[in-house]
Design a protein. Structure first.
Length: 311
């Protein structure tokens, strides 16, 4: 049954019944606005948007996959500030002939990804549109920590990463060439594995700057370098390239480091730390902060693309 036949309020009712609420939610979906606790007294907020044909394709991803992707893009931004995500607000613009079951699957994916960090989908909006568009706003709690911003890196700091890069970009390339394997890469594109807990952990460890890798490692690390007025250097040998990625790169005629250094949507967290910081398991040093400007690779200017560009 299409969205048009179910109707706006019918679809809202079908979606909201699929959205459990957690302990931080005082009033969930169903009223003019939700009420969410903010024990810290500060609320971290971030918004992202996914447009069909630009950020996802329904022939590549299930509705649940798109829900996971939409939630992850926002939850990762909250984690990159050193905060714990608490809630999501979702605005959904849909064509009239979209199957209602697809929208329900999207809700399931959003709720499942949010549930990984104890967050809840607490409300949103809906409209008709010729282009399927999903806008998500995420809220988070700093729990007494100072936010970790992009402007605090200092020469001598190490650059460290939690999570992985290149997997989603490789999966995108595989899918765009008409293939559906390797599964490791395609699954990474469909549902990113985000190290959410590493964000608050980095803040507790004294990270001087942090960002999530949504557009590409070199591009996003470049935001830290520009904001902090420093340079940064990344080492290729710090990254492990799995066999499936090497094989796919060879078959497709791609340098796998293009995916690792410039590919986005894995939502790894990259942070700078004082050099004497004892990094826990899950973090690895991938470079260093230097005097200067921009981001280099193995001490030299990088010649290839550095990340995604919207325009």
């Amino acid at each position: 049954m299409s969205v048009a036949k179910v109707g706006e309020f019918g679809l809202i009712a079908r979606i909201t019944t699929r959205l459990p609420v957690g302990p931080t939610v005082l009033l969930g979906p169903g009223d003019d606005a939700a009420v969410v606790t903010a024990a810290d007294g500060r609320v971290v907020a971030s918004t992202d948007v996914l447009v069909e044909g630009r950020h996802f394709r329904r022939d590549w991803c299930t509705a649940q996959d798109v829900g996971h992707r939409a939630a992850a893009a926002n939850l990762a931004d909250i984690a990159a500030m050193g905060a714990v995500p608490t809630a999501l607000l979702v605005a959904l613009c849909v064509p009239a002939d979209l199957e209602a079951l697809w929208a329900e699957g999207l809700a399931d994916g959003l709720a499942a990804e949010a549930g990984l960090v104890g967050a809840s989908v607490v409300g949103g909006d809906m409209s008709g549109s010729p282009t399927l568009t999903i806008s998500v706003t995420a809220l988070g709690d700093l729990q007494g920590r100072a936010p970790v911003v992009r402007t605090g890196a200092r020469p001598g700091d190490v650059v460290a990463m939690s999570g992985r890069t290149g997997y989603a970009a490789a999966g995108y390339t595989v899918l765009s060439r008409g293939f559906r394997t390797p599964k490791l890469l395609v699954d990474a594109y469909r549902r990113p594995e985000v190290p959410y807990a590493a964000g608050p952990e980095a803040a507790t460890l004294g990270a001087t700057a942090m960002v999530d890798v949504s557009d590409g490692l070199l591009s996003d690390l470049g935001h830290i370098a520009a904001g902090s007025g420093v340079g940064a250097d990344v080492r290729r040998d710090a990254f492990d390239i799995p066999r499936q990625m090497r094989d796919a790169a060879h078959a497709l005629g791609v340098d796998p480091y293009t995916w690792v250094l410039a590919g986005g949507e894995d939502h790894a967290l990259v942070a700078t730390f004082p050099v004497d910081t004892a990094l826990p398991e899950g973090w690895r040093v991938v470079g260093e902060v230097r005097e200067g400007a921009g981001v280099t690779v193995d001490g030299r200017a990088y010649k290839g693309p550095t990340g995604w560009r919207h325009f």
